[in-house]
Design a protein around this ligand. Structure first.
Ligand code: ATP
Ligand code: MG
Length: 235
């Protein structure tokens, strides 16, 4: 279980996170929505060690992640994708996934099989020997997802996985994200502006506004909250 307590982060005079608490049980999907600039990406950056929060606590299965460098947070089981995908452009798809398994105790055959499994899952297997730079933006997002999954994470943080992805790919991604939680026993924090996907996938949803949680609950609760309708949908 991932727990975040009273997370705060300011940039100069701007309070990007004003005391956020989350609890992410194993195998669950937490949807995070909120206006542009409400602190969603900053929260992910604090969890995976890109930013050091000003205060608060972040722990995975009771062990603090606070102050650990990014690679150690990843090594302890937290995978992360980015709003703009970050893959190794000049490596093949297979090599991208192999690099992600550096330090794995598995032998070559087992690592290769795992890479193939995830490339097949995201429908990129036929391109396995191509360079990542030859992929479209949407395909790079899928490769990035495959790359974090071959590291067998306990938790993954997905930042806008559906942005810039065509509707068919998005539908496929929804299926994969659901399976990641249920079949691969991995918890997911899903940041997205795509409310339909958020409502469909999330077990619990938080709505962020100005660095704080405006409201939270299941899809029905969030959809009908007048504060959400006003602050988020602007109606
Ligand atoms: N490195 C930084 N330096 C200064 N300000 C920052 C930095 N990172 C984020 N911010 C500010 O913190 C606030 C929250 O930004 P954040 O990227 O977390 O928003 P977001 O909810 O992810 O928005 P979006 O939906 O547009 O992705 C914004 O006002 C942003 O300008
Ligand atoms: Mg963001």
């Amino acid at each position: 279980m991932l727990t975040v307590r009273n997370l705060r982060k300011s940039f100069g005079g701007l309070q990007a996170l004003a005391g956020v608490d989350i609890t992410l049980p194993d195998e669950s999907i937490l949807g995070v929505i909120g206006m542009n600039g409400s602190g969603k990406t900053t929260m992910l950056n604090c969890i995976n060690g890109i930013y050091i929060p000003d205060s608060g606590e972040i722990a995975l299965d009771g062990a603090s992640l606070l102050g650990l460098p990014v690679h150690e947070v990843a090594g302890s089981g937290v995978g992360r994708t980015f709003q703009v995908p970050r893959v190794f452009q000049h490596l093949s798809l297979l090599d991208n996934l192999d690099v992600a398994q550096t330090g794995s105790a598995a032998g070559n055959d087992e690592r290769y099989a795992l890479s193939e499994y995830w490339l097949k899952k995201v429908e990129l297997l036929r391109l396995r020997h191509n360079y990542a730079e030859e992929l479209s933006g949407g395909q790079q997002k899928l490769l990035e997802l495959a790359r974090i999954m071959v590291a067998r994470p306990k938790v993954i943080l997905l930042d806008e996985p559906f942005a810039g992805v065509n509707p068919e790919l998005a539908q496929m991604l929804i299926g994969i994200i659901g399976e990641i939680a249920s079949r691969h026993h991995c918890a997911v924090i899903l940041v997205s502006h795509d409310l339909t996907s958020i409502y469909q996938l999330s077990h619990h949803i938080i709505v962020m506004n100005e660095g704080a949680i405006l409201t939270q609950g299941d899809a029905a609760t969030v959809k009908s909250d007048p504060a959400v309708i006003e602050a988020y949908l602007g109606a």
